[in-house]
Design a binder for this molecule. Structure first.
Ligand code: HEC
Length: 127
């Protein structure tokens, strides 16, 4: 009984409790991020857009009319940032939200029909 040392045992127990709590928190964050993504894609507008196969040439015309003034012809950047390979940086849902949310002024809030948004998306995918 001389070597009995309750204090060191206590530390190891509380350490593994902290580890378990950290894993649980990480899991909760992952699940809620997934839930948020699911929630976003269950938005009827977004799922309508994603259900369509957009036309690139149509998307280009729409882009030239509505976006090129800021993003430059071909999306090379002007007032707005370059959109080259933007679909590698942003998800499809992220791109749709960027166009429809109006959360990053001076970029206006656009309200394209799902067809037009799908056309735009396929154009953006090709930049
Ligand atoms: C009045 C100028 C303006 C117009 C018009 C405009 N944008 Fe933008 N756009 C911006 C600015 C400025 C940003 C940067 C916003 C920020 O992140 O603060 C931006 C950001 C973006 C981004 C995100 C880029 C990235 O790297 O994350 C996308 C995608 C985008 N615009 C697409 C479009 C599309 C598509 C249109 C046409 C439907 C459009 N924009 C019209 C100014 C504009």
């Amino acid at each position: 009984m001389a070597n009995f040392s309750p204090s060191s045992e206590d530390t190891s127990i509380s350490f593994s409790r902290i580890a378990i709590a950290m894993v649980a928190i990480a899991l909760a964050i992952c699940l809620s991020a997934f839930g948020f993504y699911r929630f976003q894609t269950s938005d009827p507008y977004i799922s309508q857009v994603l259900a369509q196969k957009g036309e690139v040439t149509q998307g280009q015309e729409i882009f030239n009319l509505n976006c090129a003034a800021c993003h430059g012809a071909g999306g090379v950047g002007l007032v707005g940032p370059s959109l080259a390979k933007v679909s590698h940086r942003k998800s499809q849902v992220g791109l749709i939200n960027q166009v429809i949310s109006g959360k990053t002024p001076p970029m206006p809030k656009f309200q394209p029909s799902p067809e037009i948004m799908a056309d735009l998306l396929s154009y953006l995918d090709n930049l």
